[in-house]
Design a protein around this ligand. Structure first.
Ligand SMILES: NC(=O)c1ccc[n+]([C@@H]2O[C@H](COP(=O)([O-])OP(=O)(O)OC[C@H]3O[C@@H](n4cnc5c(N)ncnc54)[C@H](OP(=O)(O)O)[C@@H]3O)[C@@H](O)[C@H]2O)c1
Length: 219
C-alpha cells in the first residue's frame, strides 16, 4: 500500500489531492501547519522523522504574497523563498533516504506558470517558482536511478483562495476570457494529473515541469 506525504492539504489544490489519493486507497499524511510549519527547517526535519515508509511526496503548499520590486523587503522575500522553495527542497532531502531503501519513490513539486512567465508584483513568486523548476531537474538527475521519479506541475489559474485573494472577481473573469479554454481550472483537475505522476503508471517521466494552464502559455 502506498503512503503519501502531502503538504498544503488543509484547503485548495492540496485538499483535492488528499481526497483523491484517499479515495484511491493511498494512506495520506497531511500535517497541519501546527504539526509541520514550512517556515521552519527544524519543524520539517522533525515531522519527517516521525513518518514510516512514505513513498510519495507531494510538495503542494505555497504562498503568494504580492509585491513590486519597490514594495519587496528582505523579510518578505525570505519567507516566500522559504515556504515555496526551501521547504520543498528540505522535504526531498529528508524523505528520500527511505525512498532509496525501498528503491521506489514519486515526488511531485508545485511550480506555477509564473516560473516561466511573470506579471507585475509577482517577482518574489517568480523567483521562488523558477527555483522549483531547477530543484525538479536537479533532484531528478540524482534520484531517478533509485526509481525515484521527480516532476513538477505548473498550474495556471485555479479556482482557490490563492486566486481569489490576489485577483478581484472582474480580474478573474478577464483572466478566464483570455485563456484558450475560457475558464479557470478546478482543484480536482490538477489533482488527477498529480495522481498520475505520483502513481506506478508513471514509469518514465522524470525531471519535467508540466504546465496545466488551459492554454495560457500558447497565446
Ligand atoms: N491557485 C492557483 O491558481 C495556483 C496557480 C499556480 C500554482 N499554484 C500553486 O499550487 C499550490 C497550492 O495552491 P492553492 O491555490 O491550493 O493554495 P491555497 O488555497 O492558498 O492553500 C495553501 C496551502 O499551503 C499551506 N501553507 C501555507 N504556508 C504554510 C506554512 N508555513 N506551513 C504549512 N503549510 C502552509 C496552507 O495551510 P494553512 O491552511 O495552514 O494556511 C494551505 O494548505 C501552491 O504551491 C501554489 O503556489 C496555485
Amino acid at each position: 500500500m502506498h503512503k503519501a506525504l502531502i503538504t498544503g492539504a488543509s484547503r485548495g489544490i492540496g485538499k483535492a489531492i488528499k481526497n483523491l489519493f484517499e479515495e484511491r486507497g493511498i494512506i495520506v499524511y497531511s500535517p497541519s501547519r501546527q504539526e509541520m510549519d514550512l517556515r521552519s527547517n527544524e519543524s520539517i526535519e522533525h515531522y519527517v522523522s516521525t513518518l514510516d515508509n512514505v513513498d510519495i511526496l507531494v510538495n503542494c503548499a505555497g504562498i503568494n504574497e504580492l509585491a513590486s520590486i519597490e514594495e519587496m523587503t528582505e523579510e518578505k522575500l525570505q519567507e516566500m523563498i522559504q515556504v515555496n522553495l526551501i521547504a520543498q527542497t528540505g522535504l526531498i532531502k529528508y524523505i528520500t533516504p527511505v525512498m532509496k531503501r525501498q528503491n521506489y519513490g514519486r515526488i511531485v513539486n508545485f511550480a506555477s506558470i509564473w516560473c516561466d512567465f511573470s506579471k507585475e508584483r509577482r517577482i518574489m513568486y517568480s523567483i521562488a517558482k523558477s527555483g522549483v523548476k531547477g530543484l525538479t531537474t536537479a533532484a531528478a538527475v540524482e534520484l531517478s536511478k533509485y526509481n525515484i521519479l521527480v516532476n513538477a506541475v505548473a498550474p495556471g489559474f485555479v479556482n482557490t483562495e490563492m486566486t481569489s485573494k490576489n485577483n478581484t472577481p472582474e480580474q478573474i473573469q478577464t483572466l478566464a476570457e483570455a485563456l484558450p479554454i475560457k475558464r479557470l481550472a478546478e482543484p480536482k483537475e490538477i489533482a488527477e494529473f498529480v495522481y498520475f505522476l505520483a502513481s506506478e503508471k508513471n514509469s518514465f517521466i522524470t525531471g519535467q515541469t508540466i504546465f496545466i494552464d488551459g492554454g495560457f502559455s500558447c497565446v
